[in-house]
Design a protein around this ligand. Structure first.
Ligand SMILES: CC(C)(COP(=O)(O)OP(=O)(O)OC[C@H]1O[C@@H](n2cnc3c(N)ncnc32)[C@H](O)[C@@H]1OP(=O)(O)O)[C@@H](O)C(=O)NCCC(=O)NCCS
Ligand SMILES: [Zn+2]
Length: 237
């Protein structure tokens, strides 16, 4: 764990102060202590075993980590997932007013990001995963495409993943998910900006922070309050 995330620390069980984000990497495992009956039923619908394990690790650790901040037992944590577009239960997770959290995962890692002020979105990608870069460049703005064209071919995947994690972090902060015009969402600067990204795209600032970690992982967070510090937290007891 240390090779990728450095030496994580267990933070105090209170909401991070303004400007601080707590990032919790959790290895995908059979960590399933805090799964609801409904989630067990959902887990049984996964065909791929790795997807099932990721799902269970994610949902269980969301309760464990939120419980630390809320000062309640994990099985007392209620996670709302109402979609702001259709009202279905597949939206942005929220656990009340005192913290905001966002979740992302790969086959190997679940990462939770937590702030005590404003809202947050996080995205994690793994460099080794096969991707068709020519198709993916359609998600870039004209200014991003121009910069991409100047990147040496051997560095293009890394460049693209940096851009992509920033875009995904922003759409996870707003709760839109992929239902936006990514080619209108510019992430070259410290803020995510754009006209016509989505009809109800928020006017507030969305600050982008690249989190430098080891291994072949690329991580970015988007926040409504600018960040000074990202604290890597863990391991969960
Ligand atoms: C949100 C989304 C971008 C996630 O991307 P992804 O590459 O699949 O997955 P990641 O690993 O980065 O993130 C997964 C986590 O995102 C969170 N999430 C799900 N929907 C979200 C949303 N709308 N906004 C923010 N976070 C969301 C969940 O916590 C999920 O983890 P969990 O199910 O274990 O709790 C993508 O699933 C999406 O766009 N969903 C909405 C699709 C849509 O528009 N559906 C129709 C709505 S009417
Ligand atoms: Zn929906």
């Amino acid at each position: 764990m240390d090779e990728i995330w450095g030496a994580p620390t267990l933070p105090a069980a209170s909401a991070p102060p303004a400007g601080v984000c707590h990032l919790w990497p959790v290895p995908v495992s059979s960590r399933t202590s805090w799964i609801s009956d409904e989630e067990w039923a959902q887990a049984d619908r996964f065909v791929a075993d790795h997807a099932r394990r990721t799902f269970l690790t994610s949902r269980s650790s969301q309760r464990e980590i939120a419980a630390r901040y809320l000062g309640i037992a994990p099985d007392a944590v209620t996670i709302e997932r109402t979609c702001h577009r259709c009202g279905g239960a597949h939206g942005r997770p929220t656990v009340g007013e005192s913290i905001d959290l966002s979740v992302t995962h790969t086959r190997e890692w679940v990462v939770l990001a937590v702030v005590g002020q404003g809202r947050i979105g996080v995205d994690l990608e793994q460099r080794g995963t096969a991707r068709d870069l020519d198709t993916l460049t359609s998600t870039l703005t004209p200014a991003e495409r121009a910069e991409f064209a100047a990147v040496p071919p051997s560095e293009r995947t890394a460049w693209f993943l940096r851009r992509w994690t920033r875009k995904e972090a922003a759409v996870k902060l707003t709760g839109h998910g992929i239902a936006v015009r990514f080619d209108a969402l510019d992430t070259l600067g410290p803020l995510a900006t754009g006209e016509g990204v989505a009809p109800d795209w928020p006017a507030e600032d969305i600050h982008l922070t690249d989190v430098r970690v080891g291994g072949d992982l690329v991580v970015a967070v988007a926040t409504t309050v600018s960040l000074d510090t990202v604290v890597i937290c863990g391991p969960l007891p």
